[in-house]
Design a protein around this ligand. Sequence first.
Ligand code: ATP
Length: 685
Amino acid sequence: MAEKHGSLSINSENIFPIIKKWLYSDHDIFYRELISNGCDAITKLKKLDMMGEYELPENYKARIDVVVDPEAKTLSFTDNGIGMTADEVEEYINQIAFSGATDFISKYKDKTDNDQIIGHFGLGFYSAFMVADEVHIDTLSYKEGAKAVHWECDGGTEFTMTEGDKAEVGTKITLFVNEDVLEFCNEYKAREVIKKYCSFMPTEIYLSKANTKETETIKADEKRPDDVVVEEIKPEKEGDEEKLKIVKRPELLNDTNPLWMKNPSECTKEEYLEFYRKVFKDYKEPLFWIHLNMDYPFNLKGILYFPRINMEYESIEGTIKLYNNQVFIADNIKEVIPEFLMLLKGVIDCPDLPLNVSRSALQNDGFVKKISDYISKKVADKLAGMCKTEKEEYDKYWDDISPFIKFGCLKDDKFCEKMTDYILFKNLDGKYLTLPECLEVNKIDPDEAENKEETEEKSTDESAEAAETEAADKDAEAEEKKEKVIYYVTDEKQQSQYINMFKAAKMDAVILNHNIDQPFISQLEAKNEGIKFKRIDADLTDSLKSKTSKKAEEELTKAAETIGKVMKKALKKDKIEIKVEKLKNKKIASMMTLSEESRRMQDMMKMYAMPGMDMGDYGKEGETLVLNANHPLVQYVLDHTDGSNVSMICEQLYDLALLQQAPLEPEAMSKFITRSNDIMLLLTK
Ligand SMILES: Nc1ncnc2c1ncn2[C@@H]1O[C@H](COP(=O)(O)OP(=O)(O)OP(=O)(O)O)[C@@H](O)[C@H]1O
């Protein structure tokens, strides 16, 4: 072949600066580009063999060799794939304009947004110029009679193409690495980058260092034809095996058959765990996993693991690795993976995705949105299936996975719809109930509950006012039909007093103690008309009170007025709301309730409060001090409004009520302690 000089057919004075710009973002990506070109070349050759258009040599073993040579400052990539003829080099390499490069340049030459530039279109081979001052290609096509081609280019506009001396079919690309980025000739760096991008590529990738002095020892009968023997190690004593010291063999860096490519029915639990440990370096066992495997309407495979989340010490942050035909694209591309799934760990391989994903381009891509929807649908299906068929297991995982599922529901309407019936609520007995089950729980007829109740109290003037009571019952029933209330606990210790009351009244509540629960229940309420969540201390449901007649209620209102005056005076709080009720639980003298609305408002204010902002009495409006007319202390105050110790009793009742909800403020706490001591002193007298 006559030596050929020429200019690269697009205006490469324009394109090279753009390629160099890449350097500032993923500048190690050229490894991936060159190795995947080699992989493609091998796939093509195998295909030709399968079609009978070429016969692979006996003992053919597809491989890509990456050789670093820090002394010569070169890096080479050799594949035994299809190779190129001179015409093909001309067409595929010299005329780089064909894939729209001219277009690209005119569009992007003034833009500095790397996201738009990276991989916008096939610049694969030319990415070598991100790190190399000069690039050589030595290639021999598989075609009969093909001549080897040598091509070189120094990153300017000129190239040289001559006949080469490559003897085996395939291609070798040699990079003469720029002084500024010599780390790419370093063996460790090369290993790191190849592992990052190529760990699961379908062709074996070997890394070695040119002229290495490193050796390894092998058994003599394991010697391969290409091993370079440095020394024969004679057995020390009879019976010992003969060994050979050889130049360190190239190191295999990838797994060509990753687990996600296998059929789920062929994978064992141990394999899933092993893969998880290897890829995510997480030695805590995942809870469970979902193996995605579909061919239609698009090709997608992958494994999603639900990691064990230690809420107290770790932030929940997952990793979803995205691949295209086993070639790594990037981690956590939020356009492809639904945001809430980012909390998981996993791999997704989708050959239909562009290898070079430009994020801005993906955002508006309908196809990408479909993939994302599919993934979230599959996750919902798996969870629903588990809840239906392996409820016990599902219960066990629930505490770990619930923040993630609730987050998913908040973020993704479709996911939320699919999951509504499979969201669990842990009740006071530690049982896990679905939403419909929760709604059933407190629907027990209060009469029935009361009959079972030992501490029940019969209304004093029962017979005379039975008719009135019945009417009141009916009202309450009608009220209950309107709104289905689910009571919840946010802090089991703090709210234990209320929990006890609930338990005594055979009522149930659910535990919702995660930050995400507040927005989550607000969403559930918005989506399910008639369902209302109320914290256990939000109000006093009828089931906690003894039955009263209208007349008795009037008396209670009067009592509230009387005791209210005494209380307000003792507490020096004019605005405090006071109610007197007949609670079934006679052991409780006083308690606070705070309406659900006011408490949510308070919580919100606390969340958005600026540092140093004085919340003062904000939100105290919905707060009510409830005094139990059935308790002797309350009766005592009612009967002795001017008694000498009444003020002290009032203050103590108030503090005790507060304490059942939250710790006292420091000043109130000291007063409480002093007063408690004073009360004990009275006992000594
Ligand atoms: N190692 C190789 N062996 C055989 N042909 C190659 C090799 N590397 C590149 N080529 C040829 O050169 C063409 C251009 O390669 P380049 O990497 O620039 O783009 P691409 O592979 O087509 O697209 P992209 O890499 O962006 O997906 C390839 O399509 C292929 O025909």
